[in-house]
Design a protein around this ligand. Structure first.
Ligand code: DSN
Length: 427
């Protein structure tokens, strides 16, 4: 069938493009074949509404065992009292958390989008759906972090019911302890969206929000964590009932049992390899930032050592802006995104000052500090047009060809197998 062939060719072309590219989008990662095999199992055809042992459908005997494993592993890895593994995405998890922790018309405080906050923390998305009034934290641009003193003055006056922490642009740990103390003083709760840093937390390379005082953590499972695209919610026991009810029947009916099984594999991989991986990710991000800075990029966070996460941010306004720079890099097969920075107006989305870089995916492919230096040089040459596009694309292809095997999994394997090859692969 023509349409089917067109579709298959698009998937093949997409896979080929990524095979020859350097992927640096900070919210993405590659899954292992063991994770991917779960996607195509019969589990993807089924429903299991309800909780383990209390389903609304027959035929859930084995699903119950899978979900029990997911819950047990999650509680073990994150050392938390309660885990809900049913949200099918980070935004869904955030909607559930807002329903569990707030009432319509409540005030909340969250980080604005230019300062790194996720859209779902704002009026445009989940917080708006719950009818919440959103106040933004005052932000210290030099520290790339929340200004706690100014936040305190606002919070004592406005009395928000919820403090939302965690960001999409997150270079440094956030003041969870200070905000949790403030929340306690005014009878509010703290929600931390750990989507970006979940794998770093699992690998003990980043702040643990609940240990520092947050009440509830939401997180997608596919950025620095090894999982398929879904999410989890972690919390103290006192919030368990409200969270579970908000997830089901609140915002989830089918909780996508195939990716739930994939999540179990990812959690096992994280338990085994998470520490080594997370520490390498942070070392790679730091090295990339340092070399970019030496070459002349205006890398954000210079005085603080540039980064303590998987991300690097650069202000490229003098190089034409984030949109122009991201496009130039795409021409040489380096994939990243333009990004608002705290000093940008929110309306500047079409060409913001910044670019955001994430090294979690190239680290999963085995790149280390040496490769980060090469990468910074290719980026500098591309952005400043110091070499021909075809030459730079060849340099990217050469670098990538040495790193197309998935690491930090039980059996390493080629990363870019087209599905039909992948499914038949004898590992
Ligand atoms: N917007 C995504 C990101 O790239 O950070 C997360 O949902």
């Amino acid at each position: 069938m023509d349409e089917l062939n067109i579709l298959l060719n698009q998937i093949k072309a997409h896979t080929e493009f990524y095979k020859n590219s350097i992927p640096l989008i900070a919210s993405e990662n590659l899954t292992s074949l063991s994770v991917r095999r779960c996607y195509v199992s019969d589990l993807g055809h089924r429903y299991a509404e309800g909780k383990v042992g209390g389903r609304f459908y027959q035929g859930c005997e084995f699903v119950d065992e899978i979900e029990k494993m997911a819950i047990k592993l999650t509680k073990e890895i994150f050392e938390v009292e309660h885990a809900n593994v049913q949200p099918i995405s980070g935004v869904v998890a955030n909607i559930a958390a807002f329903f569990a922790l707030t009432k319509p018309n409540d005030k909340i405080m969250s980080i604005s989008v230019p300062c790194g906050g996720h859209i779902s923390h704002d009026k445009y998305s989940a917080a708006g759906i719950r009818g919440l009034e959103v106040l933004h934290y005052p932000f210290d641009n030099d520290a790339m972090n929340i200004d706690v003193d100014k936040t305190r003055s606002i919070a004592l006056k406005e009395k928000p019911k919820l403090f939302v922490l965690g960001s999409s642009l997150i270079l440094f740990p956030q003041p969870v302890k200070e905000i949790a103390e403030l929340a306690e003083e005014i009878g509010a709760n703290v929600l931390y969206d750990a989507s970006h840093v979940l794998g770093l937390i699992a690998g003990k390379a980043f702040q643990h929000p609940i240990k520092e005082g947050a009440d509830v953590v939401t997180a997608s499972t596919h950025k620095t964590f090894f999982g398929p695209q879904r999410a989890i919610i972690l919390c103290k026991n006192e919030f368990a009932q409200a969270v579970d009810k908000a997830v089901f029947p609140g915002v989830v009916s089918n909780h996508h049992l195939n990716t739930l099984a994939g999540y179990v594999v990812a959690a096992l991989e994280m338990k085994e390899f998470g520490k080594e991986y997370a520490n390498q990710v942070v070392r790679n991000a730091k090295k990339l930032a340092e070399r970019m800075y030496e070459l002349g990029f205006n890398v954000v966070g210079e005085d603080l050592g540039f980064t303590k996460s998987h991300q690097v941010a650069a202000d490229v306004s003098k190089l034409g802006g984030g949109a122009k720079v991201a496009k130039k890099l795409e021409e040489v097969n380096i994939v990243l995104n333009k990004n608002l920075l705290p000093w940008d107006d929110v309306s500047k989305t079409s060409n913001p000052s910044g670019i955001r870089i994430g090294v979690q995916e190239v680290t999963k492919l085995g790149m280390k500090e040496e490769e980060m230096k090469i990468l910074a040089e290719i980026m500098w040459n591309a952005v400043n047009e110091l070499k021909e596009v075809s030459k730079l694309r060849e340099e990217v292809r050469e670098l990538k060809s040495r790193f197309d095997v998935i690491k930090y999994t039980f059996e390493e394997h080629p990363a870019y197998l087209f599905p039909e090859v992948a499914l038949n692969a004898n590992l």
